[in-house]
Design a protein around this ligand. Structure first.
Ligand code: GCV
Length: 629
């Protein structure tokens, strides 16, 4: 903390004193605040976890009182966000505390370069910040800078390796633990705990046991001993993150055990030390038969986990992807969130833009996350009130701009801010990011950046897969259009387009029954094409191309119009960005310009492939006679 303030003084002027005498900014944990500076007007019990802080200005002195060291650090960064407002007129005490108890970034970073997925699975920002070519990357200064960046947005937990745990990564739990401890030491001053993705098969692959059965005594003993050693090396270790029985990862199903059995095994090992296990609900059959229309991947998480509600240990957190599929540009909110009131839940979002343009397209995701967190699954409580935690798959790497696309930094920023306060307005968050990122030219860049970014999520949706149907991406790398790429595959991701119509019938009446996983009012709302929101129509229903949307357009005309419009809008971004050539650093400007050209090329490709595909399938011409191939 002292270093942080000293650095600010060195960069911007001012000096530090230890007794608060003549200072115009006083920073102290509340127990060390002199009486005369005590912040008044707040209840005595305002501190709960040490992450809260108070800020007030009285008689020309701005006081930040932290509930603990982390709260103090967050308070300092809050003052930075406030800028001059923190030192204008007096203002009464404001209490700040995070809505989400854990605000966690999961890195899908591999220690050893994976032959297909590379150093970072679904990473679009260069290499890993932690690992390179089979070992630690060795640049702890960069890790320190990352910790500082994350603390500035309130992130307090980081999982340092991929949930797909391969051979080298498995050993982080045992003989490579020192590498994890080094990262933990560097992140600790920033209030960040380190978590580790572990393989459920660890007792077999690392311990040489014949089984990883969660009910086996030797297996329990192995995990207890392994965990004891972890805490010897890292006393404040956060816990384990597990992807089990999913996309080839081992899990409890192999032993005829449930996922509650699996999670509780690890929760039991972690409990004596206050650690937690994050157990992912991303469990589905990726070896489906596309001919079988009764199997529905969207149903899987609910079918597996809802019956287990109440069976998870206190320190087990079920981590649920925000939608039932896999981070598509538009999905309904996962029905698991409303179905497990007796289980601690974390909702997982994807900050890395796997399906939203891979950090080559501008796609500001805060509006999507705001919508997810504000959705009321049942009984008037928003998702943000139901779940205790927000987890995000990190979009950062060793790229000089952290995130590949410089504007994708705003997603990292927004993730932290929404985890802290899910009620924040995405445009307001963007303003904060603009002020902090372009402090000298914020006034000049603000309007153009809002024009480019505010609507970028829905713009991306307009030129890609329509009306909630999702996918239509190139299998494997997931960039660019391939309408039938997944259609006849075992992955369970279909659109069922034929000459008459498109979409997936997930109704109770005639489809897979998925709508029945929602409580009222959503089970009814989604059941009927009349009440289903347009943007999710094809997720829930198979409809004829002539089906008329609430907008008054037919589905086919909507597809044509949005694709022409989306690509056209991208073309309009280029001149907007060109105007920023003066105020913005030339290298950053050039990077974004190149990426915008790629976005335009890709948007046109999407437009033409989607429009051509549906024109050829349906035979219905565009009402406006535009060019379709
Ligand atoms: C880490 C999707 C991605 C995978 C990812 C998986 C998951 O399937 O394409 O790369 O694996 O989600 O969330 O576990």
């Amino acid at each position: 903390m002292r270093d942080e303030v000293a650095r600010a003084c060195a960069d911007y002027g001012g000096s530090m004193c230890e007794d608060g005498g003549q200072a115009d900014l006083v920073l102290a944990t509340s127990d060390r605040l002199p009486d005369r500076l005590r912040v008044r007007g707040v209840p005595e019990d305002w501190q709960e976890t040490g992450e809260e802080f108070l800020v007030a200005r009285r008689d020309g002195v701005t006081v930040v009182a932290g509930g603990g060291p982390a709260g103090l650090l967050y308070g300092l960064f809050h003052v930075v966000r406030m800028g001059e407002r923190a030192f204008g007129g007096d203002f009464p005490a404001q209490r700040h505390r995070p809505a989400m108890r854990r605000r966690m970034l999961d890195h899908w970073d591999n220690v050893a370069v994976h032959p297909v997925m590379g150093q970072v699975e679904r990473g679009y920002a260069g290499g890993s910040l932690f690992w390179a070519d089979g070992g630690p990357r060795g640049d702890l200064d960069r890790v320190r800078a990352y910790g500082r960046l994350l603390a500035a947005v309130g992130v307090n937990a980081v999982a340092v390796n991929n949930v797909n745990v391969h051979a080298a990564e498995a050993r982080l739990l045992t003989d490579r633990l020192g590498d994890v401890a080094d990262i933990a030491d560097v992140l600790r001053p920033y209030g960040i705990k380190v978590h580790l993705s572990v393989t459920f098969a660890a007792p077999v692959v690392l311990g040489g046991l014949p089984t990883a059965d969660p009910l086996d005594e030797d297996v329990r003993g192995w995990w207890a001993r392994a965990t004891e050693r972890v805490y010897e090396a890292i006393p404040d270790f956060g816990g384990y993150l597990v992807k089990a029985d999913s996309e080839g990862q081992p899990g409890p199903f192999a032993y005829g055990r449930s996922h509650a059995d699996g999670a509780d095994l690890l929760a039991g090992a972690l409990a004596p030390y206050g650690g937690v296990v994050h157990w992912r609900a991303f469990v589905y059959d990726h070896r489906q038969d596309w001919r079988d229309r009764s199997t529905d991947r969207a149903r899987a998480a609910f079918d597996h986990f809802a019956p287990l509600d109440g069976r998870f240990a206190e320190n087990a957190i079920l981590q649920v992807k925000h939608g039932p599929m896999d981070f598509q540009v538009r999905e309904p909110v996962s029905p698991v969130i409303a179905a497990m009131p007796r289980t601690r839940l974390a909702v997982e979002v994807q900050v890395t833009q796997e399906y939203t343009g891979q950090q080559r397209h501008v796609c500001y995701l805060a509006p999507m996350w705001r919508e997810v967190l504000g959705f009321e699954p049942s009984g008037g409580r928003p998702v943000s009130g139901v779940v205790a935690e927000l987890a995000g798959v990190s979009n950062a790497g060793d790229d000089p701009y952290w995130t590949g696309h410089p504007l994708a930094q705003a997603n990292l920023y927004a993730f932290g801010r929404l985890a802290w306060d899910p009620g924040l307005d995405p445009a307001g968050i963007l303003d904060e990011w603009i002020d902090l990122t372009f402090p000298d030219v914020a006034g000049e860049v603000r309007a153009p950046l809002h024009a480019i970014m505010d609507d970028s999520w829905e713009r991306y949706e307009r030129y890609t897969a329509p009306l909630g149907v999702g996918w239509m991406v190139r299998p494997g790398h997931h960039y660019g259009p391939d309408v039938d790429g997944y259609e006849y595959t075992p992955w369970g991701t279909y659109h069922f387009a034929d000459r008459d119509g498109v979409g997936v019938d997930r109704t109770r009446a005639t489809g897979t029954g998925y709508t029945g996983q929602y409580p009222e009012p959503w089970s009814e709302t989604y059941e009927s094409p009349e009440t289903c929101p347009d943007e999710l129509l094809l997720f829930f229903h198979h409809v004829p191309y002539g089906h008329v949307l609430k907008s008054g357009k037919t589905v086919i005309q909507h597809i044509y119009d949005t694709h022409f419009a989306g690509a056209e809008e991208v073309a309009e971004l280029l001149p907007v960005w060109e105007k920023l050539a003066g105020p913005v650093d030339p290298a950053l400007h050039a990077r974004v310009r190149d990426l915008l050209h790629e976005q335009l090329r890709s948007a046109r490709e999407w437009r033409d492939q989607i429009n051509t595909y549906f024109f050829r399938k349906s035979g219905v011409p565009d009402a406006h006679g535009r060019r379709i191939y």
